[in-house]
Design a protein around this ligand. Sequence first.
Ligand code: NAP
Length: 259
Amino acid sequence: MDLGIKGRKAIVCAASKGLGKACAMALAREGVAVTINARGRDALEAAAEEIRRETGGAVATVVGDVVQPEIRAKLLAACPMPDILVNNAGGPPPGDFRDWDREAWIKAVDANMLTPIELIKATVDGMMQRRFGRIVNITSSSVKAPIDILGLSNGARSGLTGFVAGVARKTVGHNVTINNLLPGSFATDRLNSTVATMAAKQNRAVEEVRSERIRGIPAQRFGEPPEFGAACAFLCSVHAGYVTGQNFLMDGGAYPGTY
Ligand code: NAP
C-alpha cells in the first residue's frame, strides 16, 4: 500500500533507539524526510546513518533533551514546517508511590505530558493552515491498564491522553489528526532494563523473569520495533485521515478487556 506521504517532513523525538527509531525508519521508508532527536550524540548519528543507508532518505539530527525548551526550539528550527510529529521521550522510573516526591512527579509530567503538549501547540496551527498533519504520541499500555510499579507513567501519560482526547476533535476538520500509540512489551533497551530491574528486585535470573513475562502475553513473544514503526507510519498516512483521538494498543493481546 502506498501511504501517500512521500515528500512529507517529520519530527521524530527520542529516536536514536527503540520505538522512536523504528517510527523514523518506517516513515523514511515511505519517502518522508525525518528530523530525529536524542540526548546521546553517538547513538543518534549512528541511527541517522542507518536510516539513510536503509532508505536513501534525508535525515537531520538534533542532539539534546527534548524536555528542554531550547532543544524543542532547535527541533522546530531544523524542521520549521513539519507535516508529521511523533512525540516520544524516555519513560519515568519504576518504584513505590511513597518514594516519589513532588520533584519526581514534576519530572514525569514534564517529560511525558507537557513536552508533547508544547510540541503539539507549536506545530498544530501550521499543519491546519496547510491542511495536512499527523501527530502520533508514543504513550504506553499503562494508560489502559495501570502497571503498579509504573505509577509515574500511569499518571503523567493519562494526563496527555485526556488532553489529546479534547484537542484531536478540534484539528481533524482541517485534516490534522492526533492519536496515541500504546506499546505493551516491545523488545527494546527500555524493556531489557525493566526486566533486569525486576529480576534484581526479586533476586531471580533475568532469563526467568523474561520467560515469565512472555508467558503472560497471548502472542507468546515481545513485540518487534518495526511492527510498531509500521503502525505509526499508517497513522501518519493519507489513509488514516478519519482516525483521530484514538488510543491504539499494540500489546500482543495482553490487555484482557473486550473494549
Ligand atoms: P529505549 O529503547 O530506551 O529508547 C529511548 C530513546 O529515547 C533513545 O533513543 C533515547 O536516547 C531517547 N530519549 C530518552 N529520553 C529522551 C529525552 N528526554 N530527550 C530526547 N531523547 C530521549 O525506549 P523504548 O522502549 O523505545 O521506549 C520509548 C517510550 O515508550 C518510552 O517512553 C517508554 O517508557 C515507552 N514504553 C515502552 C515500552 C516497551 O516495551 N519498550 C512499553 C511501554 C511504554 P538518549 O537516551 O540518548 O536520549
